[in-house]
Structure formats: C-alpha cells, structure tokens
Design a binder for this molecule. Sequence first.
Ligand code: ADP
Ligand code: ZN
Ligand code: ZN
Length: 830
Amino acid sequence: MSTIAQEIPQKDAGKVRYVDVILPLAVPGTFTYALPLDGPPVVAGMRVAVPFGRGRKLYGALVLRVHEQHPGYAKVRPILSALDNMPVVLSEQMALWERMASHYLCSLGEVMIAALPAQLSLSSETRLVAGPNVEVDVPGEGRSVILLQALEDRHVITMQEAGELLGLKDPMPVVKRLMERGALLLEEQLKEDWKPRMAKFIRLAPEHTSETALHKWFDQLEKAPKQLHVLMRFVELSRCLSDAPKEVEQAKLVHASNSTTSVVKQLITKGLFQPYEREVGKPSDESLQQPLPELSPAQQTALDSIESGFTAHDILLLRGVTSSGKTEIYTTLIERAILRKEQVLYLLPEIALTTQIIGRLRRRFGERIAVFHSRMAQHERTALWMRCLDKNAPEIVVGARSAIFLPYRDLGLIVVDEEHDTSYKQHDPAPRYNARDMAVLLGGLHGAKVLLGSATPSMESQHNASIGKYGRVDLLERYGAVQLPVITRVDLRDSAKRKLMRGHFSSTLIDSIQQALAKREQVIIFQNRRGYVPVWQCETCNWVPECDQCDVSLTYHKQQHQLRCHYCGRHYPPPTHCGHCNSPRLRMLGFGTEKIEEELGELFPEAKIVRMDQDTTRGKHALERILTAFGQGAVDILVGTQMVTKGLDFDHVSTVGIINADKLLHFPDLRSHERAFQLMAQVAGRSGRRKQAGAVIIQAQDVLHPVLELVVNNDVEGMYTRELEHRRAHGYPPFTRLVQLTLKHRYEEKVATTAGILATALQAGLGDRVLGPEIPIISRIRDKHLRRLLIKLDRNRHNSEKQFVSDTIDRVFGEPEHRPVQLVTDVDPM
Ligand code: ADP
Ligand code: ZN
Ligand code: ZN
C-alpha cells in the first residue's frame, strides 16, 4: 500500500530512472529520487510529490533533470506522484534559477519559493480552506468528499491532515485537482477577493456576420425599432464588419444603446446574437488599437540609434532626460518586436505600475498586454503563469521585479525602465536579487535584446557603457519644447539668521509655492522622512526614546499620537517624562512628512494638500487614489517621501520643493551621493510644462556641496566622473563586487565571537578586502544584535572568490557553536 516503503536498493540501479529535484525549502543543493518503473512519464520542469526529512514531510518538488545515474547512496526513495502532466517551469527558467542561486549565494529552493506562485508550491504545511466551488465533484475521487466535509467543520486543514483524512500517504494529486476546480484554496488566497472577474459578451452568430446577412436583419427588424437600435449600436461598437472587430460586453451594449437586457435577450432568442462569458483581463483577438504617435526628430534619432545599436550590442543603456518621451520610444520598439512575433517584457518599479502607465499601454496594445506585480492576488498570478505556458501567452508582460520569473517562450526584447531604481532590488527574503541585473541575464538566456532606460542611470550601467560592454544612446531634449527646470538653492543657515524661515519653509520656497497656486499650478514637496517629528529629546540630559527591541530612536506619528519603530513596527505611547532623568521638559527634533504637511496647511490654508508616504498608501487602492486625484488637478500640493520622485508624469506641476538636501547627502552609505543625485534630479524632473520652465527650490545647510552643483546643472556625466573617482579610490563597485554578511543573535557576545571568527577565516583568503566585523549604525533589530562584514570581490575573479566565501561560510557555520547565529548574505547590496 505505502509506496514510501519501497526503497530501491543500489544493486538494481540501471533499470531505474532518477530525478534531481529542487525542494521549496532553504536547503542547499538538489535531491535525487527514483521514478517508479510503472509510474507516469516525468520530464524536467514538472512537479512531483516527494517525502523529505525525518518527519517524511511531503513537498511538491520541481524536477530539474531526469537521468539514469544512481546517486551512490544506499537507499534512494521514489517519488510519490507526478503533479503535472506537462512542464510548468521551462528550461530557461531553471537556467535562470541556477545562475541566481550561484550569483546571490542562496539555495535553489529559496529561488524556487520566490519564483513560483504560492499555488504551485505545495508542502505538508500548505494550509487549505474551502473554495468557492465546494459542490464540485472530482471524477474518480469519491474520497474527496471526506475532505470537503471536514472543511465544513473546521476552517483550515493542512496538506498533512488532508493525507490523514483521506488515508493517503500522498494527498497532493487529489488536493491539486480540487484546487484547480476551485473546491480548495490556499489559506492566504482567502484574504484576497477570489473571484475571477467574469463578464457576459455578445457576438453575432457565425451565419449572420456578412454584410448581406446583416442587411436582411435590418429590414426584418424595422417593426421592432428597439431591437433594431440595439443591433445598430452593436455594429458600431463591435466594428464587426472591419478587419479588427472588437468584443462587446453585454452591459456596455445595454448602456450604450440606452436599452434593456431583455431587448438583447430577444435578439439572442431570434438567433442573431450569441452570448458568451469570459474572464475579463484575458486576451481577445483585438489587434493593435491606435496608430503610433509621431516621434519628434530627437526621438526618431534616438530610436534609430537604438535599433542600429542592437546590431552591435545585446544590451543598451538609454539615457533620456525626464519628459523626453522614453515611454513613446519603448512603445515603438515593443510594437516592432511583436510584429516580429517576439515576446516583450517591460519592467517598471512597482510604484510606477499605476493606472497611468498601464492605461497608456492598454490604449495602445489592448489585451495583448498582461500585467504582473505584487499587489495581484495569488490566483491571478497563477493564472498568468499558466497562460504564459499556453498557446495564447501574452505578447507583452508589463511587470514589477518578480515578472522576471514568469515562463517566456519567445522573449525578444526586455525593457527595464528607471533602471537605477532601488526598488528593483529585493531586500528580504533571499534571493536578494536585483531584477535589472537578472533581466540582463534573462535576456542572455533567450538571446533577447535588453534596453535599460533612465534619466539618471546607475553608476554600474554607465560604467558598463563606458567600457563598451553595453551600447549607449542619449536623448537630451524634452518632448514638445518643454524646458528643463530652473533650480535654485536656498541656504538654510543664512535664512534662519535673517529670520526668513517659517517653520521648515524659507521665504523663497513659500513665494514660489504662492505664485504657483495663484496660477492654479501644482506643487510637489519632497521630504525623505515619514512621520511627524522623528524624535523627542530630553532638554536636560538629551535622552531620546528608543525601541525596546531595536537600537533605533522612535518616530512620532501625530495622527495616531504614537511613537513608532520604523524597523520592527512596534508602537509606544509618547513619553511624558524623560526616561533617564525624569524631567518633564521634552522637545522635538527633526521632522517628517506629516509635520511638513501640517506646516503647509498653516501656510496655505486654502490649498488642497495630500501626503504620499508609506503611511498613507497602505490600502490596496490608496496610492492609486492619490495619484488620480493629483493627476486630475483635485490636489494643489503633494507632499511625500521618495515616492513622489518616481516616474510620474503630471502636466500641471510648476514648482518642486526639496525641504532638506543635507539628510540625503550625509547618509552614511557608499551610494548616498549617487542616490541623492538621482532623487533630486528625478523630483526636479517632475517640474515644468510646455513653454514655461518649472521652478525647483532646494533647501540645504550645505548649499555649496558639489553634488548640489551637479543637480543644478543636471550634470549626469559630471556626477558619474566624480563618483567614479571616489569608487576607484576606495575599491568600491563598479571596480569590485560587494558581498555583505549580516550576523544576528540575541546575545551580543555570541554574535561578536562568530563574526570575529568568520572575518578571520575570510581574511585568510581575501586579506584586507574583508572589512569588519563592524557594529552597524542600527546595532540591534527585533531584539537581535547585529554584526556586519563587507567583502570586496575582485571583479575578474568574483566567481572563484565567491565560491571561497561560500565554502568558508559553510565551514564556520558547520561548527555547532556557530550554528545558532543567523546569517544574512547580500550580494550586490544596495
Ligand atoms: P519620460 O518617460 O522620458 O519622462 P514620457 O514618455 O512620460 O517621458 O513623456 C512625457 C510626456 O510627453 C508624456 O505626456 C507623453 O505622452 C508626451 N510625449 C512624449 N513623446 C510624445 C510624442 N512623440 N507624441 C506625443 N506625445 C508625446
Ligand atoms: Zn523596533
Ligand atoms: Zn533627561
């Protein structure tokens, strides 16, 4: 009965075939199982149910290879079942996973977890709930009723419990079939609104689609004017006699013809109309919807350079100043690629994936586009994944970083917009990948062209272009005679001395905002810190309230009247007395977006002000609502964190204010200057409209800082040269590759000892290119003490050096005394 017991002894090797699988677990390497001789056909890319570990837990593992080589150890367990009858992961994807695991020093299992939608990644611990179609009958699975009945009594059952209830060692195939039929859901799916959005559509019955047939109907319906009217609207809406007929939703037809559903039904009964249902968002056969806009001469030149550039280089960097119309260029390239029958991946930072850009693309490409991002429900992600494997795979995928994981068959072009954006980097959990870099790799695996675009390209990409690894195209003219903004610096120290400050606003900035508002123009205010007042401080002894669990000062949030830890999310009531000397005299230091919003309200009581930061954009549609309101002119002033700097295209912004540039410049990080430049140049780029240059006011203590000078001149080249010298002098990327190791433990001595031993072991091979162990600025998070090592790898030997790092880690952490210390490995940290 139990297949698990039939382990296959080595002497029988040769008759049996084996599979190397990846388990959805953070364990290194792959694992070998045997395929039963009489079992179902299994090929690479399919999932199989396998037992693993002492508890013989079940996992839906992915088959990486099928072979005939006995792995050499005594007992090889067989797989329990095949979960797929065709591959759900393609060979290029597996190649990408392997490259990712080795590049980012993580396990294949971790990559698999990140890559596969949750529904495709099953284990004993998978938690199941009843789905919308509990009534469903699974043919040949009488026992599934037991499962569905059990779910009526209890809310959740695990895969393991499902197995016990069914009396099956391997319940995965049954569970999988029930999931596919909507009778079971993952527990996490329940929180999402699980409704495939179905809509009713109307089409002409095939025998009535010709012009002559329709004329007959027109005559026939003369005595039924209501029906005639509906038919005429249908012909208009569907353009059914043209080359590119469109689908018509029943509700839209009723609305457009000012009619009722019953009139439509009469035409269905007469046999003219045929109703059908389909999921909205699925592709239809509409062809390209809109003619391409005329490119400006500068855009045309850039486009030509890109197309010729692609004959010499697979990867191109497009530097296009803000509002130069990069999107138009991408769109033209995308259209040409799909005409060549190639698939296109268009990557955007998550925040830029709003209705604005998606709307623009949809108007252009209709349903040929599929969108993929992290706010999507699991079932939508799974559905898109399966569709990508299908014949009707989307021709264009627009997505945030995780879209690199989808299955692509004919990828011909990858566009990475805002390639410098830090949100391409996944910080937690592993794999800590940069989707821009993985897009380059993915392009290589598919032989696709890759276009990296930005107004403020990253140091790495500029360097790759300057050494000829990438081609480069520049577009330095804004579209439609829009001028670059005029940038003014305001000396905060001087303004304070001359009593020109009101709160955090200089008179220059106030005047500029006032002028904009008087002309009904919009304003953006950038303050890179959320909350009200970051810290409270004792006036007597300088005590500052800190989080109990983390070594960070707490931020005051006025709306909730709370102190919050931005690292662990814990909150506390505001203190009434100093925690050290008990003095009641506390003052506030520093300021965040909430405080700036309040000051703006006092300065401009008539203006409609909206704040955009992590706190105001938590809800599913909150961000969307803010951007729409601002785009429609319902908001006068938008104040926010770096969210306001990203890829938004608004027509009526004439003033941008940066409250305090010093905080950006003096952040202790190797990239702080690069990032400060990018943020300021990007936010400045939001200002300015046709025929009138916008104004940008940068307030700073240190107005003569060289980076501010470069921002004022929008000097991307100058910034690159300056920064490159600094990087060269200190041996930082792009001259080296960095690996950052963070060690964590509850006890400080423990983490310090392990970090010291690891550092010494690494220094034995890499010498002074191993920095630390250092106590990070924030030295304790969630009640764990931290130590950090930074390793600079030789660019030319980074693979072998990385192997050394990896082996050393394994050796040190192989010792039982170091095992309890947690290690976070971050390759190419940002
Ligand atoms: P970028 O991404 O380079 O900042 P966008 O692509 O958002 O710039 O273009 C800025 C604005 O100019 C948009 O409103 C866009 O619709 C418009 N635009 C750019 N190029 C053209 C064109 N060739 N024809 C019509 N409008 C254009
Ligand atoms: Zn905390
Ligand atoms: Zn005190």
